[in-house]
Design a protein around this ligand. Structure first.
Ligand SMILES: [Zn+2]
Ligand SMILES: [Zn+2]
Length: 261
């Protein structure tokens, strides 16, 4: 599995891009920077986008990628998310007011985007991957994902604070190759993290401990844990605090990173 980091921050500056990851050039996880961070051919090559939740930093570039692909007569882009997420996209985003309804453009038979509703913990095949959506704990309906390809499983936390079900599912997931895991605020900003449904390094370490021992006797300390969603204002301090966490296999994602899993 080839994982590319297009955007991995919880905010934007010229050096920070909002969340978007691409697997094997085919499937994107979140759409925070799919057009600001990718050339047109790569945008048009995508088959699907898994959307964790409706917050703007995760959906914003759906607007521009739909427009770009429409101009290039690309195949319909599958936009997969849970019912509340898709409902928000339809009502507040592709609503013919804030942005055109690209699920009907250029025509309803072969539109620029096609919604695919995901049930929680109902496995579905998308672009050849087994995809499972798992509810996590944020301020609105949000899910993480597991994505199983022929080489193993990639997990994605979505925006979340302390949560439980994700860890239960991941404990039972064999051949887990890596976890894309959110961490947003420094320890000092724990109140802000709590009210906004995000992690600090301290709460992250406590949550990762819930993973414990997994099938195949692999310990959490061996699981490559790729950190994303750090707020640009706190990038340096969060990195320092994460570097002090012991017994974990943490890597802070950077723009342009590529991981072969
Ligand atoms: Zn969010
Ligand atoms: Zn976010």
């Amino acid at each position: 599995m080839d994982l590319r980091v297009i955007g991995c921050h919880g905010g934007e500056t010229p050096k920070h891009r909002t969340s978007a990851f691409v697997v094997d050039d085919r499937v994107a996880i979140d759409a925070g920077s799919l057009t600001s961070g990718m050339e047109l051919p790569a945008q048009c090559a995508l088959e699907a986008v898994l959307v964790s939740h409706a917050h703007l930093d995760h959906v914003r570039d759906l607007a521009t990628i739909a427009d770009n692909r429409n101009q290039n007569h690309s195949e319909p882009l599958i936009v997969a998310g849970t019912r509340p997420t898709l409902a928000a996209l339809k009502k507040h985003f592709f609503n013919g007011l804030l942005w055109p309804d690209f699920s009907k453009i250029p025509n309803a038979r072969r539109p620029a985007i096609r919604y695919l509703e995901l049930g929680l913990e109902k496995h579905v095949t998308i672009a050849g991957y087994d995809v499972n959506a798992i509810a996590v704990s944020h301020t609105i309906d949000t899910c993480g994902f597991t994505l199983r390809g022929k080489d193993g499983v990639l997990a994605y936390s979505g925006d979340t604070g302390p949560t439980d079900r994700l860890w239960e599912v991941l404990r039972e997931t064999p051949n887990l190759r890596a976890l894309l895991m959110e961490v947003s605020f420094p320890n000092e900003e724990h109140r802000l993290a709590k009210v906004s449904g995000h992690h600090t390094p301290e709460t992250l370490a406590k949550d990762l401990a819930k993973l414990g021992r997994r099938p195949g006797r692999q310990l959490v300390k061996e699981l490559p844990t790729l950190l994303y969603h750090i707020k640009p204002s706190f990038q340096a301090v969060v990195e320092r605090e994460c570097a002090r966490l012991k017994g974990l296999n943490l890597t802070v994602c950077a723009l342009g990173d590529q991981f072969i899993l």
